[in-house]
Design a protein around this ligand. Structure first.
Ligand SMILES: NC(=O)c1ccc[n+]([C@@H]2O[C@H](COP(=O)([O-])OP(=O)(O)OC[C@H]3O[C@@H](n4cnc5c(N)ncnc54)[C@H](O)[C@@H]3O)[C@@H](O)[C@H]2O)c1
Length: 277
């Protein structure tokens, strides 16, 4: 018996950070959680803790996602919720959005990884699951994007561009299939205390930094996970874990040019903070 109605859930990138917190919350509600991660040892630790199932998964491999979905449904029944949480960001080089620092090939490899992991993995999960969910008349895809997908991540053009694409893809899913029983949620957090912003799992510190910049409003992963699951279960499409993001999005929509000027000013301030004293 589960308190949420979710019996079987898969969380990609469940070995660390936000994914791990989502696994814990879903298991706490009574779901069987499949902890899927490219870091298999980390997935095993989480699965052992919550009584779930660990699976090695590289989300950039479409066949691996299709195989995982098939195996899990054969063994445990319908997947009620699939959370595409795994994500990566590498930061621009020293010359910003068009940086070729380190050489074109490594830079393009990083752009490719962002496209595959931050965007195409969501497409692969949807291809594997939407037909099954539509046939059942129910199922929930939860895609973790970022506030960078609505606004911008200063210092990471590839992350910003691909997170925008992730939001756009979730919108297409909801518009295409939402009236046929598919539930879709897209999550757009600001800073969360994980390794992505330089904070180790289980650290009490909220003092991370994108490249040493102070980050405001850092939330702990468990608080983020609770908001995500509560709002997803309530049927919400756009989940903003940090309420101030709604205000920033409204400002951007009401005057895009003014918003760009504000972001340029913010970027200059950050650069000054970084310059040696
Ligand atoms: N931490 C933040 O401030 C923040 C803010 C907004 C959005 N997000 C998003 O939240 C999601 C989770 O990030 P996090 O902060 O928990 O980071 P994290 O680095 O702590 O965890 C990411 C997890 O994804 C796994 N992973 C990476 N590549 C993978 C792949 N190819 N296949 C399978 N698993 C893979 C990692 O092993 C790790 O367990 C990401 O999509 C990230 O972009 C994070």
């Amino acid at each position: 018996m589960t308190t949420s109605g979710i019996k079987v859930a898969i969380v990609t990138g469940g070995g660390h950070g936000i994914g791990r917190a989502l696994c814990r919350r879903l298991a706490n509600d009574g779901a069987l959680v499949i902890v899927a991660d490219i870091d298999e040892p980390a997935a095993s630790v989480v699965a052992d803790e919550i009584g779930g199932v660990a699976r090695l998964l590289d989300v950039s491999d479409e066949r691996a996602i299709a195989r995982l979905v098939e195996d899990i449904e054969d063994a445990h029944g319908p997947i009620d919720m699939f959370i595409s949480n795994a994500g990566v960001g590498y930061g621009d080089g020293s010359s910003g959005a068009i940086s070729t620092e380190g050489g074109m090939n490594p830079v393009d490899d990083r752009w490719d990884a962002c496209w595959k992991i931050n965007v195409m993995a969501h497409v692969y999960a949807a291809r594997a699951l939407v037909p099954r969910m539509l046939a059942r008349g129910e199922g929930h895809l939860v895609n973790i994007a970022s506030a960078a997908g609505l606004l911008s991540q200063i210092g990471d053009a590839a992350y910003s561009a691909t997170k925008h694409a992730a939001v756009g893809f979730a919108e297409s899913l909801a518009i295409n299939y939402g009236d046929q029983g598919l539930a879709v949620s897209v999550v757009c957090p600001q800073a969360v205390a994980t390794r992505m912003i330089g904070i180790e799992d289980d650290s009490d510190s909220m003092d991370g930094g994108f490249g040493g910049n102070a980050v405001d409003g850092v939330m702990p992963p468990n608080a983020v996970a609770d908001i995500v699951i509560d709002q997803a279960l309530a049927g919400r499409f756009l989940i903003l874990t940090h309420p101030e993001v709604a205000t920033y999005v409204q400002r951007k929509a009401s005057d895009h040019d003014r918003w760009i000027s504000g972001m340029q000013r913010f970027r200059r301030e950050i650069s000054q903070d970084e310059s040696p004293a």
